[in-house]
Design a protein around this ligand. Structure first.
Ligand code: SF4
Length: 354
């Protein structure tokens, strides 16, 4: 793995400010949050964080409100009957979470006078509370400068740093690196801002880098490579294929294109000839002999089921008589506008310097 450079302190501060400004204007209004700079009740944070594991925000909100109405503080919950709590949890699934919640509440009530420990380290010693939940409660409810690295924060951090070690194997290392971005002040808001950015902008597919408040600090956002991160562990890693893409020009500002068959990858779209990967169709006869080819900039594109290393070559037709069959020549701009697949459009724009 190549070395990872953290942004220098000044830039980190700018990143934090940009993200917090965005969060102030765009962050989600959720019933367990305080949006005026204060810290929410740790019981509210604990309840919401445990419910949110494996479950969507939309599904959690009515359960969260029902729990608070019935058990308004941690000691009320601790004195609840197991069967009542499990029944109230019904429909949320993953019932071990409800049991963990009860164990933690009873420990806090019985052995800590109903007061939550205020650090991730102490919270992590309570039964039923894992490292992630401990960090979330410590940061959001007590302002400790610790980043709870959930799936959203892992994704944003991996992209920010172009962290190329596969996850989850490299998660501990990523956690330590990401911790270096977490500010000493406003840590709770910063964590929630990272969570919201991951849920709303830096999504697993089609991240909105163009509208992202921290794009100027983000390595993957700047290189246009966001979807390649986080890299998945080998077990789940996509196979990598290698394809060669040919930009054949006719010497008058036009390039060779052809129409793909209606079905399969990029069905029915215009393409430039390519070879060597699962979506490639046979090259026209004598195609490679009709020009002298130069290498151009390569890049990778991530499909759902595989990653495509795209090798680009560019050449000018040696003579009009050598024009290959099955292709037609169109002006560059027209090709890009005609709705070629986005990785091909991206490669062509790079060649045009746009
Ligand atoms: S620039 Fe793109 S990849 Fe980077 S954090 Fe923003 S949305 Fe994510």
């Amino acid at each position: 793995m190549r070395e990872i450079f953290m942004p220098p302190a000044g830039k980190r501060q700018m990143l934090v400010s940009a993200l917090l400004d965005w969060y102030g204007a765009n962050g989600r209004h959720l019933p367990w949050r305080m949006r005026d700079g204060g810290h929410p009740d740790p019981y509210h944070v604990l309840l919401s964080e445990i419910m949110l594991q494996q479950t969507t925000v939309t599904a959690v909100i009515p359960y969260y409100q029902a729990f608070l109405a019935r058990w308004p503080d941690v000691c009320a919950l601790a004195s609840g009957r197991d069967e009542d709590v499990m029944q109230a949890w019904a429909g949320l699934g993953y019932y071990a979470r409800a049991r963990n919640l009860l164990r933690a509440a009873r420990e806090i009530c019985n052995n800590h006078d109903g007061r939550f420990p205020a650090t991730a380290c102490e919270l992590g010693t309570l039964p039923g509370i894992g490292p992630y939940t401990a960090a979330a409660v410590a940061a959001i409810a007590f302002g400790e400068a610790i980043l709870p690295v959930d799936a959203n924060i892992a994704r944003v951090s991996a992209r920010l740093l172009e962290f190329s070690e596969p996850l989850p194997r490299g998660l501990e290392k990523l956690r330590k690196l990401a911790q270096g971005i977490c500010p000493e002040e406003n840590a709770g808001d910063f964590c929630q801002a990272m969570m919201d950015l991951g849920a709303m902008v830096c999504t697993p597919r089609h991240p909105g880098c163009g509208e992202c408040p921290i794009q100027t600090f983000c390595k993957a956002g700047k290189s246009g490579n966001a979807e390649a991160f986080p890299v998945k562990s080998l077990k789940k890693q996509r196979p990598v294929e290698h394809g060669v893409f040919y930009v054949l020009e006719d010497g008058s500002g036009q390039m060779a294109v052809r129409r793909r068959p209606p079905h399969g990858i990029w069905g029915g779209l215009l393409e430039i000839p390519s070879s060597g990967w699962r979506g490639a169709h046979a090259l026209p006869q004598n195609f490679e002999a009709c020009a002298e080819w130069e290498d151009a900039e390569n890049f990778r594109h991530v499909f759902t089921h595989f990653t495509l290393e795209m090798e680009w070559r560019r050449g000018v037709l040696l003579s009009q008589e050598m024009g290959p069959p099955d292709v037609r020549f169109l002006p560059w701009q027209e090709v890009v506008r005609a709705g070629v697949p986005s990785p091909i459009a991206k490669g062509l724009r790079r060649m045009m310097g746009k």
